[in-house]
Write a protein that binds this ligand. Structure first.
Ligand SMILES: NC(=O)c1ccc[n+]([C@@H]2O[C@H](COP(=O)([O-])OP(=O)(O)OC[C@H]3O[C@@H](n4cnc5c(N)ncnc54)[C@H](O)[C@@H]3O)[C@@H](O)[C@H]2O)c1
Length: 445
């Protein structure tokens, strides 16, 4: 019997999960320092917290940190395919965290788990993609017909008055990824956001490093683990030259591939061209690419017209948040037969005209579906920012307005300084003369 209420694959997987959590912890020194301070100061005492995140070894170390600060935690998955079952088991068994997440869970189970996180009546929430908050907002504005049936059932069971109390009791919410922030800003624009949200993704201490170097390395890692292909000499098409796309392109070039970037934003396209990548419309790139990677946060980027001209044997992968970047319904319509798992994590789509296309990880985030996600060293910064933002919400309870807020600059600087120190890197400081010079206008030619 597991120690606490939960819904996980198998609690007996805990020893392997614990080994991996502690291994990741070795490379997360900033979070470890915050954990030590939290254990002394207990800034989250009495705070019920629900987190909807990828259940990985790095997330487990964030949970340990929040728990050390006194938070009462529930964790559910932010993607049906990203849960590491051994980590979930260890969180339950070794650390007493209530986890609701099973790798490969269907949509029904996914939302049943989100409902379990809502049932916790959180005072702080943490999201990766805004599925937890958007479920709550649908309930808050009475659009129960638009929310998943499992969440609707929870709202009906709980009753309007209790739901209202839960929503009013939320001190703040943290959002981890670009797509989540995009959704939250849309909620703010539509006037439906009911509580303050901290856009952790938009902090420089997060997206400069996590989105660029984390996604860059782990996306390539996932593709190699799934396919075993040699990247050198391949033509790799990267759609989207945002923070993630820059990292993926850089690492793919480093492995000897010819990288073609496709974009819709002229500045980003120009940046890609001047960074030395080929830039062209996706329809042209589709004819020559060996491997396609979408990282746009947008929908149906790779679609019918592109599949129609791709080479036999082309490989498709997505590293954007949701599985909508590759138009899978269109791909299925063009397909005579799908051979599942021709290689672990790879499905072969035999098209009606005889060509074969290979889809990795069912079009879900390839770095989490086929590999372990970002390396701990980079999640150290993202999750340090998350932990300090949680503390900030509690310290400022009642003072933050219900909109999307930036992470305070002091938190970003603290995370960067601690990370530099952990890497043994020292930097210079401004002299008094330099400070005066930078704040004056008098001195010119
Ligand atoms: N795999 C991961 O672990 C991971 C990590 C961080 C972020 N993400 C997700 O990756 C996605 C991208 O994040 P980001 O931080 O790079 O965002 P970003 O906003 O910095 O960049 C996205 C880029 O895609 C471009 N784009 C939009 N539609 C396009 C289209 N149809 N064709 C070509 N380009 C298009 C935009 O112009 C923009 O330059 C988001 O969904 C984000 O949530 C995934």
């Amino acid at each position: 019997m597991p120690r606490v209420d939960c819904d996980i694959r198998d609690v007996k997987l805990a020893p392997e999960g614990k080994r991996r959590i502690l291994w990741a912890d070795r490379d997360m020194p900033v979070l470890a320092q915050i954990r030590e301070r939290f254990a002394r100061e207990k800034p989250l005492t009495g705070i019920r917290m629900s987190a909807c995140l990828h259940v990985t070894a790095e997330t487990a170390n964030l949970m340990r940190t929040l728990q050390a600060g006194g938070a009462e935690l529930v964790l559910c998955a932010s993607n049906p395919l990203s849960t590491q079952d051994d980590v979930a088991a260890s969180l339950v068994e070794d650390f007493g965290v209530r986890v609701y997440a099973i790798r490969g869970e269907d949509t029904d189970t996914y939302y049943r788990h989100i409902a379990a996180a809502l049932e916790h009546a959180p005072m702080l929430t943490m999201d990766d993609g805004a599925d937890l908050v958007s479920s709550l907002i649908f309930v808050a504005i009475g659009r129960l017909q638009d929310v998943h049936p499992r969440v609707r059932e929870w709202a009906e069971r709980t009753g309007k008055e209790r739901c209202r109390q839960i929503i009013q009791g939320i001190l703040g919410s943290m959002e981890e990824t670009t797509t989540g922030v995009t959704r939250l800003r849309a909620m703010e624009r539509d006037g439906v956001l009911q509580f303050p949200v901290i856009a952790v993704n938009d902090a420089q201490s997060k997206h400069f490093f996590d989105n660029r170097y984390g996604t860059g390395q782990s996306t390539i890692d996932g593709i190699i683990r799934a396919t075993d292909i040699l990247l050198a000499g391949k033509k790799i098409v990267v759609s989207g030259y945002g923070w993630c796309g820059k990292g993926v392109s850089l690492r793919a070039r480093g492995m000897g591939a010819t990288v073609i970037v496709t974009e819709v934003d002229p500045i980003r396209a120009l940046e890609a061209a001047m960074d030395g990548f080929l830039v062209m419309p996706l329809l042209e790139a589709a004819k020559i690419g060996d491997l396609f990677i979408t990282v746009t946060g947008n929908k149906h980027v790779l679609r019918r017209e592109h599949f129609a001209v791709m080479k036999d044997g082309a490989i498709l992968a997505n590293s954007g948040h949701f599985d909508v970047e590759i138009d899978l319904p269109a791909l299925r319509e063009m397909t005579a037969e799908i051979v599942r798992q021709v290689h672990p994590h790879v499905d072969e789509y035999r098209l009606k005209d005889g060509r074969r296309l290979y889809l990795i990880g069912e079009g879900r985030l390839v770095n989490l579906a086929a590999a372990h996600g970002h390396p701990p060293s980079v999640m150290d910064m993202s999750f340090a920012t998350q932990a300090l933002s949680s503390e900030y919400c509690v310290k400022n309870r009642g003072r933050l307005t219900p909109r999307v807020h930036d992470v305070p600059r002091e938190i970003e600087d603290t995370v960067a300084r601690l990370k530099l120190a952990s890497m043994g890197i020292q930097i210079d400081t401004l002299t008094e003369e330099q400070k005066r010079y930078l704040s004056a206008w008098e001195q010119g030619t």
